[in-house]
Each structure stands twice: as C-alpha cells, then as structure tokens.
Design a protein around this ligand. Sequence first.
Ligand code: SDX
Length: 436
Amino acid sequence: MKLAENKATLSFSNGSPSIDMPVYQGSVGPDVIDIRKLYAQTGMFTYDPGFLSTSACQSAITYIDGDKGELLYRGYPIEQLATNCDFLETCHLLLYGELPDAAQKADFTKRVTNHTMVNEQMQFFLRGFRRDAHPMAIMTGLVGALSAFYHDSTDITNPQHRDISAIRLIAKMPTLVAMAYKYTVGQPYMYPRNDLSYAGNFLHMMFATPCEPYIVNPVLERALDRIFTLHADHEQNASTSTVRLCGSSGTNPFAAIAAGVACLWGPAHGGANEACLNMLEDIQKMGGISKVGEFMEQVKDKNSGVKLMGFGHRVYKNYDPRAKLMQETCKEVLHELGLENDPLFKLAMAVEKIALEDDYFVQRKLYPNVDFYSGIVQRAIGIPTPLFTAVFALARTTGWIAQLNEMIGDPEYKIGRPRQLFTGNVTRDVKPIAQR
Ligand code: SDX
C-alpha cells in the first residue's frame, strides 16, 4: 500500500483538537484512512459493528468490485479462471500468487494427491457422532481434530509448517467430507485414488462402493471442479475474517481452519445454499411458480423473518459473477443428466426473474449470489442438501489458508483485539444476599 497525497482531518464540534490521519491507497478499490493512532490521540474508538466501513487488513489475494459485479483472484477474472483453469491451478494461484506452469502444476498435483489419505484413527472420531448428525457438525470436529495428528506442521510461524499444513488441508478436505457423508448413509468409506483428478476423486469417495467399479462422469467432474473454483476465496468474508482472527493468536492452522468451518455453517453465509434449496422445495410444495408471488409477499413483510435465500450480498450490489457461472454449470449438468426440465431449476429461474423485476429487490440492489444456484447443481449431481455447505468449506479451505498465511507473513500483523462501546452498569457494590 502507498501513502496518498490526500489525508483525513478529524475535527470535533466541542473544540477538542482536530487530528490528521494518513490515507493509504491500494492498487485498486477504496482508499483507507489509517485510524491506528486515533485512540492514543483522542481517547475515542471508532464504532462499526458488522464492519460495514472497516478494512481489517491489507491483502493481495482477492479483489471484488461490488458495484460492477467483478471478482478477481490475484488479478485474474473469475470467468477466465472458471473457464481456462482447473481447481488445483486456482489453488496454486491463491497460495503462491501465480498460476503454475506445466511442471509446477504436475508437482503441486502430486503433492496434494499424496496427502489425500487421513490417519486411520480419524474414522474412530466419526463413531462418536449420531448417524443423523449434520455433516457440518462432523466437519467442525474432524478439521479441528487434524491438529491431533500432525504435530510436525502446527507451528504457524514456520514457513515449512505453513506449506505442508496447506497441502494436507487441501488434500484431506474432500476425504473428510466424503467420510462425513458415508457415515450418515451407513456405507463404508472409500479410500482416495491417486489415479483420479481432485474432483473425480471426490466423486469416487462420495458415490463409489466396494461392490462395483465406479466410473467418473467427466461432465460432472468438470462441473464440480468449477464449483470448487467459484467457492475458493472471497476477500474478507465472515469465515475468512474468523480464520484470520483465530490464527492471529498463533494457534495452529488446523484449529484456525476449523473456526472458519464453524462460521461458514451459518445460513447468512455458507449455509445459505442448503437454506436456499430448502426454500425452493418449500415453494414447490406450496404450488410452485404460481405461488412465488405469495412467497415474495412474505419476504417483503419484515415481521415474517423470511428472507429470499441465495439473494443479497454485503459487497455485491450487482449480479454475483459466480451466480452467472453457477447457472451455466447448472444447465450443463442438467443437460448431461437429461434433467433439462428439472422443476426446481425452472422454479429458481422464475424466482430470479420475478425478484429482479420487483421494486423491493431492485431498490435494495439484491441479486442472486453464489448460493442461489449451487444447491440445484449439487442436488443434480447427487450430493445431499445437508452436505452443500461442507462442499463449500472444502473449496474455501484454500482461500482460508492463503489469507491466513498472508496475515502471518505480514510484518504489520498483531493479535486481533477489537474494543467496544460499553453501555452496561458502571461500578457498584455487591450487597449481601439478604439485601438483594
Ligand atoms: C455468502 O461476504 C461474502 O463474501 C460471503 C460469500 C462468500 O463467498 O464468502 O459471498 C458467501 O455468504 C453469500 C451470501 C449468502 N447468504 C444468503 O443468501 C442469505 C440471504 N441474504 C441475506 O441474509 C443478506 O443479503 C446478507 C447477509 C447476505 C447480506 O446482508 P447485509 O449486507 O447485512 O444487508 P442487510 O441485511 O443490511 O440488507 C439490506 C436490506 C435490508 O432491508 P431494509 O432494512 O433496508 O429494509 O436488504 C434486505 C434487508 O432486510 N435484504 C433482504 C435479503 N438480503 C437483504 N431481504 C430479503 N431477502 C434477502 N435475501
């Protein structure tokens, strides 16, 4: 970042001395006002619950232009990456800053492939869960538990440890997600296969059984790989900020990523894909497209607490570019499976059309986000609804690690410790219980 010619001056109507604060510029996007000395100079904090106007860090990984609906990973538009690269190339880009050449891609793929198995003891963790446990409950436990197995890569200040734990996490997340699924359906776990692609191996571990050969469908394999790319990173979203704050204490990478898994689960965040599909199924049960208007009235009624899941975004005030690519992926998968007339996809497109023409959504700049179509395509592939967010976590693990490593490598980083505006009781004395 570089010091801007501009600077900010804060003055007070009560005659307190005004202060000047430096303004910094990035390579693109809004400038920032450096308020780090504000408390020392004024005795006051800023107030920004939800961080609507607060940048918590500087980063060179992902840039979003919310007004234009643009998303760049290390400067490359998501549309180009989703079309011209695969997920492991995108992982290399996010982690190391550049797309790999052929030799680097082969080496990175080999490293990831050779770490896809998990310690045999991991299967005994799962036995502690009920068979009907939500997969994200299982994943929160399993990812944190990885730190119990890899003591040789838990020192986050050691670059070698950071690199091998990144490879281990990227490699093992598909295995763990598939294990969480197999456990809930009572089928045996399928070991990873080194002869399959990253996405193909996940399909194999999810849907193969020991009873017969499983052939990976290349269209589904490519679609799933693209879904992973679309979910890989997204600037300082809630779960990434959780990983950064958790990692800022110096805890091990597995624990920090487990914190991200837990945060992503929420329906306002990564849990929205599951909630969106359930919402579409509810509208279907109500009567389908003919009932969309009635449902929209509920959404617009503030007292209903009903939201149009898969719509709206803190940053995008235009169409989420990932949603467009997800819709295209939907069409490819449904065509491959002969499901072009899938009623839920038709319902989703009708909901989108109606919402985008409705003043309530237009005024608030509410557009489909990444979660609006992702459930439909995952359901078509055969992934059960409760597993959608675990698939999101699988893909986002690379972004979380890249952001965590960037923070640890930033000489300016300190443990995160926000302050507050205190509105509670000031000092008072405890009375004996007889007088309370
Ligand atoms: C993800 O941050 C990221 O980058 C996240 C993510 C990533 O890749 O990491 O992109 C992934 O989490 C996508 C978002 C998935 N969530 C959903 O689809 C859930 C539904 N969406 C909403 O909950 C909401 O839009 C949020 C949480 C996504 C954003 O909320 P904000 O930015 O806090 O906006 P807000 O709640 O202040 O909404 C502004 C207005 C409000 O109405 P008014 O008070 O102005 O009258 O828009 C309304 C909201 O009530 N609104 C919605 C709505 N989203 C916002 N009304 C109906 N349905 C919705 N979905």
